[in-house]
Ligand binder design. Structure first.
Ligand code: 5GP
Length: 331
């Protein structure tokens, strides 16, 4: 596990507020005298996750909370030896009116910039802005307008489409995502998270849109699988999160096997460290164990991950760090 922990890893699918430290969440809740129902943390499936997000958003009601959480999340990934991180978050205004969407985004960006100055040599961090399908289209439009204003800022490298998959449809947001693509933003979309015919159809719509990356891709039929393979769209996999969503008996059932051994470009991520009580080392370690991956296969996995990053300018350095690590360390 130490070998995996020290390896320069790549995290591309982590939701900022879903990665708040539990301790921090409890501390802030206590200070604000917000009652936390601890039992919701036992419900580690997608529905349970959404009640946890609700609680997190309720507790983190001040800009100072957002600042603290941003800093701590960056530090946590750094301490797991992540060499390159794309953290994603949904810009929001506080329901109690203590901050606006612009202030929210500015705060997260400011924290990333400060981090970069101090620790950029250890971990490079970039931002993906999330569009929440659980909110109205106008909300997504206003988020997009804010991004355009911040475009010269090199930290925002892409757009993520996420939120409760039972709400609204991809089609409603397609035009906006197309506009974002025309503006030069890379696109990653949560897809096939749930089982059912209606989701298969939506997943086909999403894959046909040809996003730069796909998130999760839990449930598919042969046609959907062939399409993703043929279009060669990289997949961000989140083993522990997928384990609970799919209700697997063991991680060896993970769809990793249907992609990794075919040479498909995939990587491993945490999704929400707070919700799934995990970290990026564990995500790799568990899969190495589940599939008995060799050191060479682990290296291959990191190399494929590095080809998925949205800030392609950093790729050569990342590859160099991976190669150096594996040539200098014997397992
Ligand atoms: P935030 O955007 O507030 O920083 O992070 C939490 C949000 O990320 C959630 O409210 C939800 O919109 C999104 N999110 C986190 N994990 C998942 C997931 O597994 N699936 C989907 N569809 N959305 C998620």
């Amino acid at each position: 596990q130490d070998f995996v922990k020290k390896a320069p890893k790549i995290e591309l699918h982590a939701h900022l507020n879903g990665c708040v430290r539990r301790q921090t969440l409890f501390e802030i809740a206590q200070r604000k005298q917000i009652n936390v129902d601890f039992s919701i943390f036992d419900l580690r499936n997608i529905r349970g996750a959404f009640s946890i997000f609700q609680l997190i958003h309720q507790v983190l009601g001040d800009l100072s909370d957002i600042r603290r959480v941003s800093r701590e999340v960056l530090e946590d990934f750094r301490d797991q030896n992540v060499a390159y991180l794309e953290i994603r978050t949904t810009p929001k205004s506080c329901e109690l009116g203590t901050y606006t969407k612009e202030q929210y985004l500015a705060t997260v960006i400011d924290e990333i910039q400060q981090f970069q100055q101090q620790y950029g040599h250890k971990m490079q961090a970039r931002l993906l802005v999330s569009i929440d399908r659980g909110r109205p289209l106008e909300d997504a439009q206003s988020t997009f307008d804010h991004i355009l204003k911040l475009k010269n800022n090199n930290l925002i490298v892409g757009l993520d489409f996420s939120g409760n998959p039972t709400k609204s449809t991809f089609k409603e947001y397609e035009q906006l995502l197309e506009q974002a693509r025309k503006e030069g933003l890379k696109i990653t979309i949560h897809v096939a998270e749930l089982e059912g015919d209606e989701y298969i159809q939506e997943s086909l719509d999403i894959v046909n849109f040809k996003p730069d990356r796909l998130g999760h891709f839990n449930f598919y039929n042969q046609n959907l699988y062939n399409k993703v393979r043929q279009l060669d769209i990289p997949i961000e996999m989140c083993p522990t999160s997928n384990f609970y969503t799919v209700n697997m008996k063991s991680l060896s059932e993970h769809h990793f096997k249907e992609f990794f051994y075919q040479g498909h470009t995939i990587n491993l991520n945490t999704d929400d460290t707070c919700v799934f009580d995990t970290d990026i080392t564990q995500e790799h370690f568990k899969m190495i164990q589940a599939f008995n991956l060799s050191t060479d296969e682990f290296k291959q996995l990191l190399i494929r991950s590095s080809s998925m990053i949205f800030d392609q300018a950093y790729k050569p350095q990342l590859l160099q760090r991976i190669n150096e690590y594996f040539s200098n360390h014997q397992k």
